[in-house]
Ligand binder design. Structure first.
Ligand code: COA
Length: 432
């Protein structure tokens, strides 16, 4: 029998036993997004009485995040690197914390400010060489595996086996808990007429042969709907979802014009339905790699014609972009937005796009004279390039404050343009 197999078999245990390796005061990193090892997280929460002050570090928590629910404060303290639906209340109510960070720098934090005691991960069963794939989520998970004192893995045969720099050796894992379960799905977003109009406007800035980064949500999906007549698009993105599969199967995304990793979809994590997970399973064209590689602006910049597409909460008339908080209330995180905007800025022929509806559900303008008091600026005014709404595209880079304000007012919702114009007159001492 191969020696890796002997190691593997002798380190198989139950979830109940494995989570006893977590000690009070430990810092536990949970695999990101849809890669979350739900079976292990549930076992850890069931064992809560055994712990005090276990710090849970997580980015997008796609599971229930039971460790962050009221009553759990005694046992767990959530430290969010990105606030999601299941952890928003904990951070807002002071039962959890938020650490501002660029996604690309999270692996570095595990080697400096945030040393890892325990990593809870999901892997595929080992292949014939004793390698397990981290599947849909390589991102900071690879660094957590390398840095943690103890690595506990749920071995899930439903996890797609992905290639690239996505595999860990069985000997890097301390406990294996076999448990098959469907990978957490992300339902396709609802795309309404506003998102469609935004999608059309963004698509008008994309050319044949461009390499795309797409954020999460309805807007990136809407953009993809309007790219069906483009040719030879490529993907170098923090994540992608089902929309990319559709364009790949339609022959629109070929990755053939990419100047870095030609022919490959380069990505650090994946979120979608089973259709996406089937597409990436054992697919040699899909290259998953750690986030300190994929999101490194200097790596991104090696792609000519890199176009990044992300969204935000508010943009002020100078072009400062708030993407993660409403006033001081943290609703998400910086994620990879700035990594990609800076990478796109260095890319030959690159462009970056912030795309958003012009209003918050028709009630308030997202283009504002001043950001809400206390809002975090995610993308600063020197970094911003294009801002797109359903009313058009404003090009801000290289333009004066006066030109920026004018361009932004032109793409604001008509109901709010008059008050923005009044601010323009006050600020620039001239009419628009
Ligand atoms: N004022 C008040 N509320 C606002 C608002 C504003 N200006 N803008 C958004 N909101 C509210 C929405 O109404 C919504 O509330 P709800 O959950 O009660 O419905 C909530 O904030 C989220 O906004 P929504 O537009 O539905 O979010 P989204 O899923 O389209 O995501 C961002 C938009 C900006 C939150 C998201 O793109 C993000 O976090 N970006 C930063 C990170 C990033 O870009 N990462 C790279 C790609 S993964």
């Amino acid at each position: 029998m191969e020696s890796w197999n002997t190691y593997y078999i002798s380190h198989i245990t139950t979830a109940e036993e494995a989570v006893k390796r977590i000690k009070s005061g430990d810092r536990v990193v949970i695999q990101h997004a849809c890669g979350e090892p739900t079976f292990l997280v549930n076992a850890m929460v069931a064992n809560a009485e055994a712990y005090r002050d276990v710090e849970i570090v997580h980015m997008v928590a796609m599971g229930q995040a039971a460790y962050a629910q009221p009553g759990m404060e005694r046992y767990f303290r959530h430290n969010a690197l990105f606030v999601g639906g299941s952890t928003r209340a904990a951070v807002a109510e002071g039962r959890g914390d938020f650490t501002p960070c660029f996604f690309s720098e999270v692996p570095g934090l595990f080697q400096s400010a945030l040393p890892v005691d325990v990593a809870l991960i999901t892997v595929t069963p080992p292949d014939e060489n004793g390698k397990c794939s981290l599947g849909v989520s390589v991102d900071y998970t690879m660094a957590a595996v390398k840095c943690a004192k103890t690595v506990i893995a749920q071995v899930n045969a439903d996890m797609p086996y992905t290639y690239g720099d996505a595999a860990v050796d069985v000997t890097e894992i301390d406990c294996f808990v076999p448990h098959d379960a469907p990978i957490i799905p992300l339902a396709p977003p609802k795309i309404g007429p506003v998102e469609e109009a935004i999608g059309r406007n963004v698509a008008s800035l994309i050319q044949d042969g461009d390499t795309l980064q797409l954020g999460i949500g309805a807007i990136p999906d809407a953009v993809l709907k309007f790219l069906k007549d483009k040719k030879d698009l490529g993907i170098h993105s923090e994540m992608f979802s089902d929309g990319v599969v559709e364009l790949a199967q339609a022959g629109v995304i070929t990755n053939q014009k990419k100047t870095l990793h030609p022919g490959k979809y380069v990505v650090t994590f994946l979120m979608g339905t089973q259709r996406l997970y089937d597409f990436v399973d054992h697919n040699p064209d899909v290259f998953l790699a750690p986030v300190d590689y994929v999101n490194d602006p200097f790596v991104i910049a090696q792609n000519d014609n890199l176009v990044s597409i992300n969204s935000c909460v508010q943009v002020d008339l100078m072009g400062q972009v708030a993407s993660e908080s409403i006033g001081p209330r943290q609703i998400s995180g910086t994620g990879g937005q700035v990594d990609f905007i800076r990478g796109a800025a260095r890319s030959k022929g690159g462009r970056s796009i912030i795309a958003m509806p012009s209003t918050v559900k028709g009630k308030a303008s997202k283009i504002v004279p001043l950001l809400d008091a206390g809002a975090a600026v995610t993308t600063c005014r020197c970094d911003v390039d294009y801002v797109v709404t359903e009313y058009g595209a404003a090009h801000l880079k290289g333009h004066t404050l006066r030109q920026r304000a004018k361009a932004l007012i032109e793409i604001a919702h008509p109901d709010f343009r008059d008050e923005l114009k009044e601010e323009y007159v006050r600020r620039f001492h001239s009419s628009l």
